[in-house]
Structure formats: structure tokens, C-alpha cells
Design a binder for this molecule. Structure first.
Ligand code: ADP
Ligand code: MG
Length: 579
């Protein structure tokens, strides 16, 4: 086929693909236009998840009748006059492409009246071809109706997700913008149902409740920080409220919602060591920077930005969040050297007639251990240490039974061992000193091709964990050594566990990856439920667990132990309480 210039119709559909991906992108562009027009009220109506209709009405400055035709042409904007201004943009739009793009893939009607004019005007665009501008009597402001989105690009229609998913994308977007602009009244109606309505009175916490629910919203911590021309405000979750993915981490930069990976990393790092492996905070943060210090023109849908001084911004955000987090996180009132670290001093240990003092002395001898612990405890107060336990025995070859200062403890031996191995391994890893032991006989492992690639990519990291694994022919690896911590375990099984983990991951950050690898190997290497342990092994496990920083959960966040307090036992046996 000879080279030729695409027809303007095809060219604009291609261009539209970048801006208009789904109904939510139309909502985004129209709401941004309304906010740029200084609206105090933005009302959004959708039918059939936006496929049939998206309507955005505002009371902003409006579009003059004689500019209406221009507004829908490509590269037509009132927000930018010269290339120089690209580096000092204070509006959400500037590319002059949204209305043209939307008009080329739908049936769009714009009705608008500019402030200080007598009448308004209307224009209709169908699949990119413009109709005539007619005069109409309407109030000041703009209404954009987008009907039959993608009616002329069936391929796009096919890529839309279920109505529920598309509706959720719209909800999410509108709620977040409502939060970012608390002084603007937002209303979102889906069919006859109003799903969001804000008062525009500036109260962000009220809007937060619609996003996260009242309970979570109440717990969210406020962040306010200012330094070197940077300003951060918004909300973050306390360490007790987490999610299993990063979807609830939202950043606005100068009023624009962006998906900026480095900022997400700054946020997660602020929570470092405070959250379980694979758990993420919730956050809605508003960053304000000098428009000249950030390039907003790096993404067609303006969803990414580039900072001139990325590191400065990164560390500012991290510090601000960390400070807010520590300021709001109660540090335990009991000195960590106290034996019953997680109980209030006033109650004190109960006299149980057992020889607890001996255990206490043994503990206090170990001063360095206690010292490092107390420091760490300040960082992760939510997990709390466990009391010293007196081992009673094992039941079902799965649980250890022990007596504590206040009742009975059931310990899940697998979860407990996972925790113990994990902390030991991570400690060695942090010191870059993982003792490794050569296998008597190197072991070969053959993997499916997809897993081979994954393992090859992560081989270096794996070997930093005390493994010695090498490529050994097609799809085959040879394990020559493994961490001493796991001596006697099945190396091949560890390797397979790791590859499975790589498969599941959506490109985690480096340090998450490390913790996940460690957690995964430890899971595979830990004693299983159903494995009987000798008395010595049981005792060693309990002692090791006592020495952990976060003994109460396994690295995946499941509990290692269940506590039946004396009080509870007494109630259950009818010795105490209501009768
Ligand atoms: P951009 O927002 O990048 O300038 P758009 O295609 O979204 O490009 O809009 C083109 C122009 O139409 C805008 O620059 C603005 O002047 C005008 N416009 C669009 N929507 C509105 C609105 N709701 N109120 C007032 N003016 C609007
Ligand atoms: Mg725009």
C-alpha cells in the first residue's frame, strides 16, 4: 500500500483513543473543564454506566456563542497561548483536545451561555462532524451531553468492562474530585439514583465518609506540611487500616489527580516496618508545588507528571507522612522492658502461683536483646509483644498449648515458625550477612519455560538471600547452597515457592519484593501443621517466638496465637459475671 495521509476522521479517532478510553475518561475531561471554568456547582448524570448518556452541567463562566464552534475543534483552547506557558500551567486542561476527541466518538451536544451575555448557544457534533450553532435561552454556564459513546468505534465498545466496573470508575473519579474541591458542590446521578452529593461547604471529612465509609473516615489521620515551596495536605490511614493493593493511594498535584509511581513509593516507605508484608495504606493527598517545578505535559490523559526535583518532592512527602503517622500513633504507655509489655501497668501480672520470676530474670539478663526491641517497638506499637509462656504441650500435632500470666494460649506452630524464620532471615538480610550452607549434592530443578524466565530475572536477588542457584541447561537450574537457617529442608521446594510468588506479583517495589521473597520461603520452610515436635522443639519455638518483634502474626498477617483469658474462662465456667 502506498503511503498516504489519513483522512481527518480516522486521524481524530486515533487521537481520541488516547484521551477517551472509557466513560470515566469523558466524565474526567468534562468535570475538569467545569472546574477550569470556575464552577461552584457540577452536576453529572449518567445512563447505562455512561454508554447511553453522560451529561455534565456547570455554573461556570460559559463559552461565548462565537467561540462554540472553535471549542470543539482540535487544538483549540483558551488556556494556553504560547509554548512558554506550558511550564506554568495552573488549569487542568491545556491541550485543547478533549471536546474534539469526545465529539469524534459520540453524539455530543454543548449548550452554553457565557457570563454577561443575553443568550446562549448550542452546537451538536456527531462522530466528528459539526452541526450549526443555534441560539437558545439558557442560564449562564455549560451543559455537555455525550450520547452513544463509541457508537462509531465498535472495537472500543468491545473493550469496555461490565457496567458495574465502568460505573465504579466514574464513582471513584467523581468522589476523588469532590474531595479535592470541597468548595464545589458535586452531584452524581446514575439513572434516577443520586450516588453522590456534596455540600460545597469545604468539609473534606464529610466527603471522606462517602469514599471510605463513616468508620474508616473517622480514623483517617490528617496530614498538613509545608517546606521549601512544597505543601502537602490530606488524609492517610492509621496503621490499623490497610488494603491488599495500592488502589486506595491517591495523589493530587496542583488540583490534578495523577498516578505517580514515585509518590506511591514515598507513601509506602513512610509506613515501612509498620505494615504487614503485602498490605498498603489508604491515602488521599494533595500536593501543591510551583507550576514551574512540575511538567504536566508528559501523558495524553495528563495522568502523569514529572518533577524537576523529584528527590526533593519524594523525601518531603515521605517525611510529612511519617511525621503525621508517628504523631497520631500511640506509643505503648508501659516501658518495653516490663515483662507484660502489652498490658497496662496498673493491672500488673497476676499472682498465679507459678514460678514466673525465674523466667523474668532470664529475660533481663539479655539486655542487648531488650534494648534493640524497645527501639523497634516504638516503630510498630500495634502488634505488641507477647508474655513469656509456660509450655504445656502439643495438641493435634498442630497447636502448642501454653499458660501465660493471664490465661491460656494456643499457638499455631506453622504460623509461629513462619514468623520466627522470617524475622531471623530479614535480620540477616538487613545486615547483608546470610550464612549459607553448600548442599552435599547439588540439586537440579526443571521448571516450565515461563517460570524459567521469571526465575532468571530474579536470580541475583535470590542469591543475595543465601541461595546459590545457577542456570543449568534449558529450563533447568542447579541449587548448590541454601541459607543455613533452612538446613535440612527441601531446596527444590523453596525454589518453586519463589517462582510462584514472582508470578503472582504486580511488579512490587524492591523492598517489598525482598520481604515477600523472605515471607514466601519461610512459609515453605516452616514446620507444618500435623508434624509432631519433640518437647525441646516445642520449647525452642515458643522461646524464638517470644523474641520476635511482631510475634502475634505470621508474615502474611494471620494470627500466630489465640488467647483465652482467665476472665473469659471464668465466665465460660459460670464462676463470674451475670448469673
Ligand atoms: P482544554 O480544556 O484543554 O482547553 P477542551 O477541548 O477540553 O480543551 O476545551 C476547549 C475549550 O472549550 C476550553 O479551553 C474552554 O475555553 C472551553 N470550554 C470547555 N468546556 C467548558 C466549560 N464547561 N465551561 C467553559 N468553557 C469551556
Ligand atoms: Mg479540557
Amino acid at each position: 500500500m502506498p503511503i498516504r495521509i489519513l483522512s481527518s476522521e480516522v486521524a481524530s479517532q486515533i487521537a481520541a483513543g488516547e484521551v477517551v478510553e472509557r466513560p470515566a475518561s469523558v466524565v474526567k475531561e468534562l468535570v475538569e473543564n467545569a472546574l477550569d471554568a470556575g464552577a461552584n456547582s457540577v452536576s453529572i448524570k449518567i445512563e447505562e454506566a455512561g454508554r447511553l448518556l453522560i451529561e455534565v452541567a456547570d455554573d461556570g463562566s460559559g463559552i461565548p456563542s462565537d467561540e462554540l464552534a472553535l471549542a470543539v475543534s482540535r487544538h483549540a483552547t483558551s488556556k494556553l497561548a504560547s509554548a512558554k506557558e506550558l511550564f506554568s500551567i495552573s488549569t487542568l486542561g491545556f491541550r485543547g483536545e478533549a471536546l474534539a476527541s469526545i465529539g469524534s466518538v459520540s453524539r455530543m451536544t454543548i449548550t452554553s451561555r457565557a457570563a454577561e451575555t443575553e443568550v446562549g448557544a448550542r452546537i451538536r457534533v456527531e462522530g466528528g462532524s459539526e452541526g450549526k450553532v443555534e441560539q437558545v435561552g439558557v442560564p449562564v454556564g455549560t451543559v455537555v451531553q455525550v450520547e452513544n459513546l463509541f457508537y462509531n468505534v465498535p472495537a472500543r465498545l468491545k473493550f469496555l468492562k461490565s457496567d458495574t466496573t465502568e460505573r465504579r470508575a466514574i464513582d471513584t473519579f467523581v468522589t476523588r474530585y469532590a474531595l479535592a474541591y470541597p468548595n464545589v458542590r458535586f452531584k452524581l446521578a446514575e439513572g434516577k439514583k443520586v450516588t453522590l452529593q456534596t455540600s460545597g461547604d469545604g468539609d473534606r471529612r464529610a466527603i471522606l465518609a462517602t469514599l471510605y465509609g463513616v468508620d474508616t473516615a473517622k480514623q483517617m489521620l490528617e496530614v498538613i506540611a509545608e517546606d521549601e515551596g512544597l505543601k502537602l495536605s490530606g488524609f492517610i490511614s492509621p496503621i490499623s487500616v490497610t488494603r491488599s493493593n495500592r488502589r486506595e493511594m491517591t495523589f493530587f498535584i496542583n488540583g490534578r489527580w495523577v498516578q505517580d509511581i514515585p509518590l506511591n513509593a514515598a507513601l509506602t516507605q513512610a509506613y515501612h516496618t509498620m505494615l504487614m508484608v503485602g498490605r498498603y495504606p489508604l491515602a488521599t493527598l494533595f500536593l501543591e508545588v510551583d507550576p514551574g517545578a512540575v511538567d504536566v505535559n508528559v501523558h495524553p490523559a495528563k495522568a502523569e507528571v514529572r518533577f524537576r526535583e523529584q528527590n526533593l518532592v519524594f523525601s518531603f512527602v515521605q517525611r510529612a507522612v511519617r511525621r503525621a503517622l508517628l504523631a497520631h500513633t500511640p506509643v505503648p504507655s508501659v516501658p518495653p522492658t516490663t515483662l507484660w509489655g502489652n498490658r497496662p501497668t496498673s493491672t500488673g501480672p497476676k499472682e498465679s502461683g507459678l514460678d514466673w520470676t525465674m523466667a523474668q530474670d532470664a529475660k533481663q539478663d539479655n539486655t542487648t536483646e531488650v534494648g534493640t526491641r524497645s527501639e523497634r517497638e516504638a516503630e510498630q506499637p500495634e502488634f505488641g509483644h507477647m508474655p513469656l509462656l509456660r509450655l504445656i504441650g502439643q495438641i493435634g500435632a498442630t497447636y502448642l498449648v501454653a499458660e501465660g500470666p493471664d490465661g491460656l494460649y494456643l499457638v499455631d506452630q506453622h504460623a509461629a515458625h513462619e514468623r520466627v524464620l522470617f524475622e531471623k532471615l530479614m535480620l540477616q538480610y538487613d545486615k547483608r550477612d546470610i550464612p549459607s550452607q553448600a548442599l552435599l549434592e547439588p540439586m537440579s530443578v526443571t521448571l516450565p519455560p515461563a517460570q524459567t524466565t521469571l526465575l532468571e530475572e530474579n536470580l541475583e536477588l535470590l542469591n543475595r538471600f543465601g541461595f546459590q542457584v545457577e542456570s543449568f541447561g534449558p529450563n533447568t537450574f542447579q541449587v548448590r547452597a541454601m541459607p543455613t537457617l533452612f538446613t535440612g529442608s527441601d531446596a527444590a521446594s523453596a525454589l518453586r515457592a519463589l517462582v510462584e510468588d514472582f508470578e503472582e506479583d504486580e511488579a512490587p517495589l524492591q523492598e517489598e519484593l525482598e520481604a515477600r521473597i523472605a515471607a514466601r520461603v519461610c512459609k515453605r520452610m516452616a514446620v507444618k501443621g500435623g508434624q509432631s515436635l519433640s518437647n525441646d522443639e516445642q520449647r525452642a519455638l515458643i522461646t524464638d517466638l517470644e523474641n520476635c518483634d511482631s510475634p502475634r502474626t505470621c508474615p502474611h498477617g494471620r494470627p500466630t496465637m489465640i488467647h483465652l483469658s482467665v476472665d473469659m474462662l471464668e465466665r465460660q465456667f459460670g464462676r463470674k459475671g451475670s448469673r
